[in-house]
Design a protein around this ligand. Structure first.
Ligand code: DSN
Length: 422
């Protein structure tokens, strides 16, 4: 593989071009299991690297503060229409720079500093921006947090209801970053109604599954849907906020001028393309295959003796609890990386260890499914993970190198979308 598909970059800045080329090789040769990552299509990559980059467009289509928006307006309007069609919403804002700014805009739209907000605790599978202490959302607002049951690893909806009624938060966030099970949006909606709270579904992880019909949609149940566009949705790094018409003005005003300046138009274009791709029947098949692969991988890992939070998965994500093994999450994750299997270490609910050195490893199937791997490959993937974790415990670098060679071999047969070679 060479950097020649970026000839101008190669000639202007060969050092940087070599980093990009090396990343292309890495992404092609490794088994990427981080559940929040994916491979965008060549079309999304192209749209994200266009001259739309050169334009300032503060405002919204038809209401800008800069001239020369003839084409940009059409790009953004198309992205908005596609988001509305795909998710069945009244209103979509496609300008948030990423998930955290999107969520911050929701706070700005509906809450005042000091108000109580409620979300899932980060170590239980929530997100920093759901009111966790080290985030601005947990220091400018008063965050109260719910979690999962210790015996099942599942969200305790009775405890969520009790907390919501005791605290009457302005906002309730549902969704998270390490939730392997289906979210009951209807149950959250009932709780939010009783508590008089605005309900926000952060579906960043599962947006592609929702678009493809492989996870129930929150749209009929919640006030606002927040999502990134680059996880299961397989678009560029960005975000969207979607809502009913009654909240449209508040959301738009919070994103711009409340929080952001000019939108990243090249990203908006990439989002538009990704939404078009996600509306195709092939994407529906993809979303269901992501889940089928995750279930097959979970079953194979259980057979290998791994402990999985909640006992398995309903979606794209599996949280492996290594507390029963000799290897903590970070050491396992780094060993897996040396074996060509890219994961992230992660806290597990009630983790006795610290977040920077936790007991879990988080994996998922969006990327491997984009490359065409299917359920028949999952026992092999589980075997590699098992062998790598054993090798980590023994410090057996040779075993890790042997797994890496097997991984590289298999991945060569499954070209990655958007990459020149596999
Ligand atoms: N960083 C994302 C993830 O990996 O889940 C969440 O923001």
């Amino acid at each position: 593989m060479s950097a020649s598909r970026h000839p101008a970059l190669l000639s202007t800045d060969p050092e940087l071009a070599s980093f990009v080329a090396a990343e292309e090789v890495l992404q092609a040769q490794t088994l990427r299991l981080i559940p929040s990552e994916n491979y965008v299509s060549a079309a999304v990559l192209e749209a994200s690297g266009t001259v739309l980059q050169n334009k300032y467009s503060e405002g919204y289509p038809g209401r800008r503060y800069y001239e020369g928006q003839q084409n940009i307006d059409r790009v953004e309007a198309l992205a908005i229409e596609r988001a509305k069609g795909l998710f069945g919403v009244d209103h979509a804002n496609v300008q948030p720079y990423s998930g955290s700014p999107a969520n911050l805009a929701v706070y700005l739209a509906f809450a005042k500093p000091g108000d109580t907000v409620m979300g899932m605790a980060l170590p239980m599978g929530g997100h920093l921006t759901h009111g966790w202490g080290v985030s601005a959302t947990g220091s400018w607002f008063r965050g109260v947090q719910y979690g999962v049951r210790a015996d099942t690893g599942l969200i305790d909806y009775d405890a969520v209801r009790d907390l919501a009624l005791a605290e009457r938060p302005k906002l309730i966030f549902c969704g998270g970053t390490a939730l392997p099970r289906t979210i009951d949006f209807a149950a959250f909606a009932e709780i939010a109604r009783e508590a008089g709270s605005i309900l926000v579904a952060d579906v960043a992880h599962i947006a592609g599954l929702i678009a493809g019909g492989a996870h129930p949609s929150p749209v009929d149940h919640v006030d606002v849907v927040s999502t990134t566009t680059h996880k299961t949705l397989r678009g560029p790094r960005g975000a969207m906020l979607m809502c009913r018409e009654e909240h449209a003005k508040a959301i738009d005003k919070a994103v711009f001028p409340g929080l952001q300046g000019g939108p990243h138009n090249q990203t908006t274009a990439g989002i538009a393309v990704a939404l078009h791709e996600a509306a195709q029947p092939s994407f529906t098949a993809y979303a269901h295959q992501v889940v089928a692969n995750a279930k097959a991988l979970a079953a194979a890992l259980l057979q290998k003796g791994f402990d999985l939070v909640s006992g398995g998965t309903d979606n794209h994500l599996i949280l492996i609890d290594l507390t029963g093994k000799d290897v903590p999450g970070k050491i396992a994750a780094k060993a897996l990386d040396r074996a060509g299997i890219v994961v992230n270490y992660n806290t597990v609910p009630f983790d006795p260890r610290k977040p920077f050195d936790p007991s879990g490893v988080r994996i998922g199937t969006p990327s491997l499914t984009s490359r065409g791997l299917s359920t028949e490959h999952m026992p092999l993937v589980a075997d590699w993970i098992s062998r790598a974790v054993d090798a980590a415990a023994k410090g057996d670098e040779q075993a890790l190198a042997a797994i890496r060679a097997e991984v590289t071999d298999l991945m060569a047969a499954f070209p990655a979308p958007g990459l020149p070679l596999s």
